[in-house]
Design a protein around this ligand. Structure first.
Ligand code: CA
Length: 135
């Protein structure tokens, strides 16, 4: 009985930890952002489909340990536009686990800041956490 109770508490702690990291917002509709790489300065953005189509998710948080259930393993195109950090790392797993790739900030570097199609890179529907660096 006591063992089961502790296990339940541990599960609750993990669940609330995942909820607490948050910071990723789904914004707009497919129509609003379709076909444009535009991403607000200070944020990174991920789209549900290639060519910046479908739902766009974004965050201005320095570290997003988990993009959330709705966005997890969904991004098919991405843009990095850190406002104070020169680079953005996109990770395969939550809490910056697994492998990653990095893009420059559009605003601060101006080159190599976007991927319209993650499929040929082997990164389609893989990204689970994101971090700015080079701040
Ligand atoms: Ca993943």
């Amino acid at each position: 009985m006591e063992k089961r109770s502790l296990k339940a508490k541990a599960i609750m702690a993990v669940a609330s930890g995942l909820l607490a990291v948050g910071g990723v917002a789904a914004v707009g509709s497919a129509e609003a952002f379709a076909g444009t790489e535009n991403c607000p300065r200070g944020s990174w953005c991920g789209w549900q489909h290639i060519n910046y189509d479908g739902t766009r998710w974004s965050s201005a948080a320095n570290t997003v340990n988990y993009v959330g259930d709705a966005a997890n393993d969904q991004f098919s195109s991405v843009t990095a536009n850190g406002g104070q950090c020169r680079y953005t790392a996109f990770y395969q797993h939550a809490y910056r686990g697994g492998s990653y790739f990095a893009l420059n900030s559009k605003a601060l570097v101006g080159t190599n800041y976007t991927r319209s199609n993650l499929v040929p890179y082997g990164w389609n529907d893989q990204i689970s956490s994101v971090m700015f660096y080079g701040c």
